[in-house]
Design a protein around this ligand. Structure first.
Ligand SMILES: Nc1ncnc2c1ncn2[C@@H]1O[C@H](COP(=O)(O)OP(=O)(O)O)[C@@H](O)[C@H]1O
Ligand SMILES: [Mg+2]
Length: 263
C-alpha cells in the first residue's frame, strides 16, 4: 500500500471553514473507499462534534481518549483512535484541555516534533490512506507541530471581504516551518462559504488567481444551509444529505485533493 498522506487544514482566521472542510473531505474520501483518520487539533472540539454528540465528546475528554492526553504523555496515537459510524473513517477527539497545549509543549524536549513522533507508529502501520488534521485558528507552537507532522497544508479561505486579510501571515509561517520540515507543501487554497450573489466572490477568486505561487482548487464550496443542519445532527453533510449542493462540492473537492496529492 502507498504511503499515508498527512494533510493539515489551517488558517489563522477563525470561521474560514477549516473544520467543515476537513470533516467533509475526510468523510467523502472514506465514502470513496479510502481509509481516513481525522485528528481534531482544536480546543473548540468542532471536528469531534461533527461526528459525536456533546455527551460522547465529553466522555472522550474524561476518559483521556483525546489528542491532549496523547501529546501530554507523548504516547503512540494508535491508542487514542475512535471509530466513527462511517466505514473507513476514524477520529482522534479533542478536548477543551487543548487550551493549555502551548504551555505543555513548551517544556518538552524537541517541542516542534511531539505530534510527529506520536503519529509515527500510526503511519508505520500503514493502514490509512489519509490523515487529515484540523488546526485551530492560531499560528503558534501547536500549529507548528501540526505542520511539521504533515506532508501538505490546505488553506480554507472564506469568500468574504476580510477572507484574504492575514493570508500572508500563514504563508510566512509555513516558510518558517519549512526550516524544520523542508518537504512541507501548501497544496492549495480552497474557497469556502462562497455566495455567488456577492461581488467579492469574484474579487476573491481573481486576487487568488493572480497571486504568484498559489494554487487555487477549482472546486468552490458555496454557502448551503444543509451544512448547518448536518452539524446540528453531528454528521458531515456528505453523509447527512448526499444530494445537497454542498455534499456534491465537498465530494468534488476531495477528488481534486486526492488527484493533487498523488500527482
Ligand atoms: N459551506 C457552508 N455553508 C454554510 N455554512 C458553512 C459552510 N461552511 C462552514 N459553514 C459555517 O461557518 C462556520 C465556520 O465554519 P468552520 O468550519 O467551523 O470554520 P473554522 O473551523 O475555520 O473556524 C460554522 O458555523 C459552519 O457551520
Ligand atoms: Mg474549526
Amino acid at each position: 500500500m502507498s504511503k499515508t498522506k498527512v494533510i493539515a487544514f489551517a488558517n489563522n482566521k477563525g470561521g474560514s471553514g477549516k473544520t467543515t472542510t476537513c470533516s467533509n473531505v475526510g468523510c467523502a474520501m472514506a465514502m470513496q473507499g479510502k481509509k481516513v483518520l481525522l485528528i481534531d487539533g482544536d480546543m473548540q472540539m468542532n471536528l469531534t462534534l461533527s461526528f459525536f454528540d456533546e455527551e460522547e465528546a465529553l466522555a472522550f475528554s474524561e476518559s483521556g481518549k483525546n489528542i491532549y492526553t496523547a501529546l501530554k504523555e507523548e504516547k503512540d496515537l494508535t491508542d487514542f483512535i475512535v471509530p466513527t459510524k462511517y466505514d473507513g473513517l476514524d477520529v482522534i477527539p479533542s478536548t477543551s484541555l487543548m487550551s493549555s497545549i502551548e504551555f505543555d509543549l513548551f517544556t518538552k524536549w524537541q517541542r516542534e516534533v511531539v505530534l510527529k513522533k506520536c503519529l509515527a507508529p500510526v503511519l508505520a502501520r500503514g493502514i490509512y490512506d489519509y490523515v487529515l488534521i484540523d488546526a485551530p485558528p492560531t499560528l503558534g507552537g501547536w500549529v507548528m507541530n501540526v505542520m511539521v507532522a504533515s506532508d501538505f497544508v490546505i488553506i480554507p479561505v472564506e469568500a468574504s471581504p476580510w477572507g484574504l486579510f492575514g493570508l500572508a501571515n500563514i504563508f510566512d509561517f509555513v516558510g518558517h516551518v519549512k526550516n524544520i520540515a523542508p518537504r512541507l507543501e501548501i497544496l492549495g487554497i480552497a474557497i469556502t462559504k462562497a455566495d455567488e450573489r456577492k461581488n467579492y466572490l469574484k474579487q476573491t477568486i481573481e486576487t487568488l488567481q493572480e497571486t504568484e505561487g498559489v494554487h487555487l482548487f477549482g472546486t468552490y464550496i458555496r454557502v448551503d444551509s444543509a451544512v448547518e443542519w448536518a452539524q446540528d445532527n453531528s454528521q458531515p453533510v456528505v453523509a447527512y444529505k448526499k444530494t445537497s449542493r454542498s455534499a456534491t462540492e465537498y465530494t468534488a473537492l476531495a477528488k481534486e485533493i486526492m488527484d493533487n496529492v498523488n500527482r
